[in-house]
Ligand binder design. Sequence first.
Ligand SMILES: [Zn+2]
Length: 199
Amino acid sequence: MSCGCEENRGTVKVVNGRYKPSGKFHFPQPNTPIRNEQGVLLGITNPRDIVHMHSYGGEAIFFESLGKGKLMASRCDNSDCETTGSIYMPFRIHCPDCLAKNTVIDITDKAKANSIVHSFMITERTGAFNTLQIPIKFVNIEFDGVCTILMGALVRGEPSIGMKVIPIFKTQNPEYIITDMLWVAEGTPASDLPEGYSF
Ligand SMILES: [Zn+2]
């Protein structure tokens, strides 16, 4: 059964600083009844296909940079802030302490030189629309001089606490989502990276 979802699927352009959506963003489909063994109606399925518009705002630079092989963090440079100089990864648009707008900084070299597994979790139970290979090896990563810890997915090697890991970036056909950056064990050869990814 065709859902017609591919027809005229919604896209967005920006004209004079404003979103201009075109096409369809909602695709209702026929319900199906849910009945018990005796044929009594209990409910219905309710299929819906929706095109979300996800605005990145001040985080856009982070997602744009991943596809260029760059990891951008942010730093509070407010001299009146008690925690001035703190570097945030995950990227934070604003300082959580003084609420000033942070400065965007490039920590790619720092991440390549000194990223350590703080803790990890291996799971076979994933959320909807998972694209990562199962079992997923989630790693919490410490960066030298960064005051927060980043969650990532290790796709080559077995995780252990304290191990060194290297970021890889989807520089071919980036999707502008967090999986444009994945992690591999130190020493993984370039020939063993997933398709489209590079160091
Ligand atoms: Zn601050």
